[in-house]
Design a protein around this ligand. Sequence first.
Ligand SMILES: [Zn+2]
Length: 212
Amino acid sequence: MRSLREQLCEYGRRAVELGLVIGTSGNLSVREGELVAVTPSGVALDRLTPETCPVVDVEGHLVEGELQPSSETPMHLAVYQATDARAIVHTHSVFGTVVATTMTELPPVHYNALLLGGTVKVAPYATYGTPELAANVRAAMEGKRAALMANHGGVTIGATLEEAFEATRLLEWLCEVYVRGLGVGKPTVLTDEQLAAVVERSFNPPEFPRRP
Ligand SMILES: [Zn+2]
C-alpha cells in the first residue's frame, strides 16, 4: 500500500494547488484488493505524508495508521461496493458546489460530459459522513463516473487515482462552463442524438490518408 499512500499525498497536494479544496475539506482514496488507503480526518491535503494515511478494509475496519480515516470514508466504501472504481476523489470545488446548491443535475452542455457518463446527478442532501449520504451518492453514481452532493461538493471515480483526479478536474470545468453560461444566456443542452453521434465518432475516428 506504500505507493498508493504516496499517490494520496501527491494528488492531495495537486488538489490544493489547483484550488479544488481548502483547509481540511475534501478526501481521496485508492483501493487495492480488499484494502483502501484513504486520506486522514483533520489534515489538510497538502500536509499529508504516506504514514499519516490510514488503511481500512472494504468493511470499514481500520487496518493501519495512527489517525482516523476521513469522515467521508463510509461514502467511499459504498461507492467501491457498487462500482468498479479503484480510486475516488471528493472535493468542495467552487463551481461543482454552486451547481450542487442550486440544481438537481448538471446537463450535458459539452460532449466531454460523456467522459463522466453524460448528465451528472445531484445526490439529495444528507449530513456528511452518514450512511444516508453514502446511499444517496451511491444511487446518483449508478452508471456514471461522477456525482454531485447537494449543498456539499462533488465526487468522481476512476480505475486509478490519476483518472479519478482528472475526472474531478473535468467535472469542475463542466460546472464552470455551465454556471458561466447561465450568466451569459441560456446554455444549449446537447440532445441524446448529438451525444450518440459523439460516441459513434469516438469508436470510428477518421483516418487520414498518407500523402503518396
Ligand atoms: Zn465533503
